[in-house]
Design a protein around this ligand. Structure first.
Ligand code: PRP
Ligand code: ZN
Length: 292
């Protein structure tokens, strides 16, 4: 039996840490924490997780020290904009959505990127900011920081910043307003462009296929209802992100059918109200636990 293990680098703390662990658990891996808090092992598969600073994850994966990584696309894009390669994005993971944006003090009269001309902009994403400014044809001074960018305007280190905005709470607390988006981001699965050890290939295949299933079923719902056969066309239009629904005639009622469908997008109360208005009754929305 092989003793080789697949290594996945995840964020040690921060916005993506818990959700990354949730994803692995939802994919069926039972995780136990190491004594050091810096790693996890799966009990039911040869998989180890390493908990790292997010900015270190791309390097470890590109060097082949870890086989996969879960990181914000922002970190990946910053690295790529700096000319580094060796990494590829396998799939978006549907959590940790945020944007990298230009932000400025509330009183700043921002009228698009042109307003940044000749100013000082603080960021931890100098490569992405540089690319953005070049594309906009703007000459501005980039002040590269390691963190706490949001305090730069107050300390007069910069006139504006370029930073991640998720809930907006950080900007709000610092009297800043978000403006132009430089990059849309979310958590992504990355892998090294190196060829994976063939012994680990089936495991890697199963991991990515399970992740796809978890991500696909995140918003997915199983929807069931009864409806007059004449309402079928209308109902198919209303169901969000559903393929052809399963339709079964109700026993003893030729003109009525049971409709079952997998909806890939969120099913809202408005959707249910529209279905009811179309003639549906006994509408049930069920969570989907697994999907492949
Ligand atoms: C980002 C960013 C802000 C915060 C914004 O940091 O630098 O500090 O999130 O989130 P909010 O809009 O919800 O307040 P992140 O957690 O990604 O950590 P890092 O940049 O230090 O890696
Ligand atoms: Zn970071």
């Amino acid at each position: 039996m092989s003793t080789k293990r697949l290594h996945i680098a995840i964020q040690k703390s921060g916005r993506l840490a818990d959700r990354s662990l949730d994803l692995l658990r939802a994919a069926g891996y039972r995780l136990t924490k190491s004594a050091s808090d810096l790693a996890y092992s799966a009990e039911n598969a040869p998989i180890d997780l390493w908990c790292l600073r997010d900015d270190d994850i791309p390097t470890f994966v590109a060097d082949g020290v870890a086989d996969f990584g879960i990181v914000g696309r922002n970190v990946l894009a910053e690295r790529a904009a700096g000319g580094a390669n060796g990494l590829s994005e396998v799939m978006p993971l549907g959590f940790g959505r945020c944007r990298l944006a230009i932000a400025a003090p509330k009183e700043f009269d921002y009228r698009g990127a042109q307003s940044l001309r000749g100013l000082r902009i603080a960021t931890t994403y100098p490569n992405l900011l540089q690319r953005f400014l070049a594309a906009e044809g703007i000459d501005a001074k980039i002040v590269t920081m390691r963190g706490a960018v949001e305090v730069a305007p107050r300390l007069k280190l910069a006139d504006a910043i370029c930073d991640l905005v998720s809930t907006g709470a950080t900007l709000e607390a610092n009297g800043l307003t978000a403006h132009t988006t430089v990059l849309e981001s979310e958590a992504v699965l990355v892998r090294s462009t190196r060829v994976l050890d063939p012994e680990l290939a089936p495991l890697a295949e199963s991991l990515t296929s399970r992740f796809r299933g978890v991500v696909a079923s995140q918003d997915a719902k199983y929807v069931m209802m009864n409806a007059p056969r004449s309402a079928l066309a209308r109902i198919s239009q209303i169901l969000p992100g559903a393929g052809a629904p399963t339709v079964m005639t109700l026993a003893g009622r030729e003109d009525w059918v049971a409709v079952h469908a997998v909806c890939q997008e969120s099913v809202f109360w408005e959707t249910l109200e529209a279905l009811k208005a179309a003639g549906a009754t006994a509408i049930l929305v069920l969570p989907i636990e697994k999907m492949m």
